[in-house]
Design a protein around this ligand. Structure first.
Ligand code: IMP
Length: 194
């Protein structure tokens, strides 16, 4: 059994990564590490934030650490919400607040669908050293309405390329097989195997 600490308190990310890794892995996150510091994600890019999270946690934890920094980029909004995806509606925003803020911005534009992508940068670290950085993206479009109750974040507003359902409507296995997170994780596994 291999062990992995995910440098996040976002249980949705942990659940998806855990489901994708399967039974050969023992996965935990910061909810199990009481003394873990709060990390201010003040980087300008997903890469910077992921590296900051992975390095900070790998200095206080012995073992392999994986950080995931991710978000939604909408072309018509110049790439927003982007790195601010988790706090698009403000510093303490919940997912529903962020979707509401995005709905407002999309409704102010003309159109019923807008090219967008999810991006995920994963960084692996161990004992204060960076081991590698891996990027996954999924292209698609956002719609100015919510459809489906699955997933988290902006899933109910995002339709991946080649599908007519949102990530909120698709089964978790389908989302995982296509998603930015799944694509980044596949590269992490390839790196660990080699
Ligand atoms: P982070 O914790 O700074 O990486 O922010 C991640 C934010 O991006 C989440 O709070 C969501 O708003 C959004 N996000 C990232 N991945 C997904 C996903 O798979 N589905 C929906 N929203 C996502």
């Amino acid at each position: 059994m291999q062990t992995l600490l995910i440098a996040t308190r976002n249980g949705h990310k942990t659940r998806e990564i855990s489901q994708m890794l399967g039974s050969g892995w023992q996965v935990s996150d910061l909810s199990a590490l009481m003394h873990a510091p709060r990390i201010e994600e003040n980087g300008a890019t997903f890469e910077e934030n992921a590296a900051l999270k992975a390095l900070t946690i790998s200095r206080i934890f012995t073992g392999l650490v994986l950080a995931d920094d991710s978000g939604l980029e909408v072309d018509a909004l110049n790439g927003a919400p982007g790195v601010k995806s988790a706090r698009f509606a403000g510093p303490n925003a919940q997912d529903a607040d962020n979707r509401f803020a995005l709905l407002g911005k999309l409704k102010a534009l003309s159109g019923t669908e807008f090219p967008a992508r999810f991006r995920c940068v994963m960084v692996l670290a161990s004992q204060g050293a960076l081991l590698g950085s891996f990027v996954g993206t999924i292209e698609g479009k956002v719609i100015p309405e919510e459809r489906g109750h699955g997933g988290f974040g902006y899933d109910s507003m995002f339709i991946p390329h080649g599908y007519s359902e949102t990530f909120g409507e698709l089964q978790p296995e389908i989302k995982n097989s296509l998603s930015h997170r799944g694509r980044a994780l596949a590269q992490v596994l390839e790196f660990l195997r080699s």
